[in-house]
Write a protein that binds this ligand. Sequence first.
Ligand code: KIV
Length: 298
Amino acid sequence: MSVHIPAGSDRPVTTATFRTRKAASQRIVMLTAYDASSARLVDAAGVDSILVGDSLGMTMLGYDSTLPVTMDDMVRATFAVARVTRHALVVADLPFMSYQASVEDALRNAGRLMAEGGAGAVKLEGGAEVAETVCRLVSAGIPVMGHVGLTPQSVNQLGGYRVQAKDTPAAERLLDDCRALQDAGAFAVVLECIPAELAALASAELDIPTIGIGAGAGCDGEVQVFHDLLGLGGDFTPRHAKRYAELGEQVRAAVSAYAADVRSGAFPGEEQTTHADLAVIDEVRARRTGDVRRMTGR
Ligand code: KIV
């Protein structure tokens, strides 16, 4: 895919903004988007950062986990989002198995998200075990956001989508993981589905901002999934999400009204119709009648 988009650094919100926001105790707002139309709306609404999450596997592609999402899926979605985003920092997820096997994989695939997709940063899941990878990406000029707690790419190991780090060893491990990501050069870390008090502790311990999802109000910022907030994800809403609109209902009602109008003949109406010069139609009809006579000999 060829790239004709402004570099991520042309946008006003950068990874440096994340640092200054934390220093000024101003919360960071992040929301997912996976295509140009939603990105345009989210960016115009003034969020600080758009996450092209691998949650697109579930929201856009109909999978029941993020595991089947490919690099090509992520590059295409990132490209669409980055093309229209003028303000927010675009962060793109590295999908399952695009960075775990080797640092070389991570560099090549993160490089694609930046160069082909136009992302301003990448996000990957894991703690101390990915610190070396984070360090190499950052050395290559690729800003990295970490992601700990409930890491959906490890759902099979975690035994489901459930709150993490509830006992003392797991809570300590999570804090150590956050510290390892910070030391490796990550500019921020997502804390997903962990107890609020632990998230607050991590936020106080770290110099880099924490971005919570299902982690209470004590984080330096919040990230949510577009479809969950807007009622586009069907009947299920995760406990950590709040529905700010029922767009699914509105879309269903609008499409049924359209279908009813087409079936009854009420649409398209006069307003949506363009009329011809009747002389043109008469002439076309006469010519075609002549043609048919010539062809059939009648
Ligand atoms: O893929 C995604 O949308 C995410 C958020 C849930 C943090 O990683």
